[in-house]
Design a protein around this ligand. Sequence first.
Ligand SMILES: [Zn+2]
Length: 63
Amino acid sequence: MKELSCSEMGIDCPFHAEGETADEVKAKLLEHAAAVHADMLAGMTDEQKAEMMATMDEKIAAH
Ligand SMILES: [Zn+2]
């Protein structure tokens, strides 16, 4: 079981995503972010988004 929460990404939010694979967890967190943290995503550059994706991979792998 893989997992990742918004708080681990430095976001003050209780959302927590779980899945069988890292891709599943990322998909769930991104879906949540698009719905709840749209303002934050809208303010990010493509470079920052790529950095965030890399950080997500690291955090998921660290569990
Ligand atoms: Zn959140």
